[in-house]
Design a protein around this ligand. Structure first.
Ligand code: COA
Length: 324
């Protein structure tokens, strides 16, 4: 009997410092307006990490919240996956640092760099490792501090992102009658489009600023068509249709992309979880943060079909279907 992965708990962490659009413009001397940002993106404010705060510490805080919600402790965890493109260091990996913060001494952990699609990739990997019997209790964490890789002189990108972390605990079940849990994940990448959204330089390169660069219109052009296709791929793989979806929990990059996806799935707006207005784009953290918020608000009910989808630098994109 192949085990399946149940969503046992969800948690989030947001840094204390909150800047609305006006405060951001004033703090960084940006030639922008609240109206421009809200109209183009739906973003109204974002959280920014404090000096010295790290992706591993934020991820550990989100993980603790998710474990509490699941009624589990760090001693139960045998796999930690952190999706991040703002790791504390190339190594030790952020996942192993999270193990350290939580006092986890068994099992294994590693990071995934798939930009904004990282959490969906992480769910896919954790689910595969659970199904193959290599793990029984996995923390899948998205944790990002994009404020450290933004060019604060580029108003076209720096207004779009925020910092935060979210985590999901997956536990294995061997019950053949169980129909909940991760149904499937569908992962894609296409390296031809690497230049339209990237970090310039990195630990192993010569030169480069280490800052995020984006051709916004180009990214937008890929987003809706690729996301719609991968969601349809995920539903078809499970013999499901648009009408079966209870919650769309999309990557939170831009309200216009999110609303277009809601319309494609013919979902009323109140079935689409939106946090981009309050969190901005927290990259790999945005889906688990949105899940945590929906769960805390009591929206997610046992058995609800949840569709998660994301697109990000690479390009990478993907979707995951789960029954809560
Ligand atoms: N405030 C005011 N004006 C701004 C601005 C800001 N923060 N940022 C850019 N502008 C200006 C530009 O300089 C340009 O001015 P110009 O016409 O005088 O040259 C004008 O606004 C239009 O810029 P453009 O980049 O063409 O805007 P856009 O309509 O494409 O919107 C994005 C920009 C970034 C909001 C939009 O492209 C987008 O959402 N793309 C997808 C990004 C995304 O989701 N990325 C993450 C994926 S994981």
């Amino acid at each position: 009997m192949t085990p399946r992965s149940l969503i046992a708990g969800i948690g989030g962490y947001l840094p204390e410092r909150v800047l609305d659009n006006d405060a951001l413009a004033a703090a960084y001397n940006l030639d922008t307006t609240d109206d421009w940002i809200v109209e183009r993106t739906g973003i109204r404010r974002r959280h920014l990490a404090a000096e010295g705060e790290t992706a591993s510490a934020m991820g550990a805080a989100a993980a603790r919240a998710a474990l509490d919600r699941a009624g589990l402790t760090p001693a139960d965890v045998d796999l930690v996956i952190v999706a991040t493109t703002t790791p504390d260091s190339a190594f030790p990996s952020t996942a192993v640092r999270v193990q350290g913060h939580l006092g986890i001494t068994r099992g294994f952990g590693f990071d995934i760099a798939a930009a904004c699609t990282g959490f969906v990739y992480g769910l896919g990997l954790a689910d595969s490792l659970i199904r193959s019997g290599q793990a029984r209790c996995a923390l899948v964490i998205g944790s990002e501090i994009y404020s450290r890789i933004l060019d604060w002189t580029d108003r076209g990108t720096c207004v779009l992102f925020g910092d935060g972390a979210g985590a999901v605990v997956l536990t294995a079940t061997d019950d053949p009658a169980e129909t909940r849990g991760i149904l499937s994940t569908h992962l894609h990448s296409d390296g031809r489009h690497g230049e339209i959204l990237k970090i310039e330089g990195g630990a192993g390169s010569t030169g480069g600023t280490g800052l995020l660069r984006m051709a916004g219109k180009e990214v937008f052009r890929h987003a809706v068509s690729k996301l719609a296709a991968v969601v349809d791929e995920a539903l078809a793989a499970n013999g499901l249709g648009h009408g079966d979806v209870r919650w769309l929990v999309p990557h939170q990059a831009n309200l216009r992309i999110i609303e277009a996806m809601g319309r494609k799935l013919k979902l009323p707006p109140d079935r689409v979880v939106v946090t981009v207005d309050k969190h901005a784009n927290t990259s790999a953290a945005s889906i688990p943060l949105a899940l945590a918020e929906a769960d805390a608000a009591g929206k997610l009910q046992r058995g609800d079909l949840i569709v998660m989808e994301a697109i990000g630098g690479g390009l990478t994109w993907g979707a995951a279907l789960a029954r809560f």
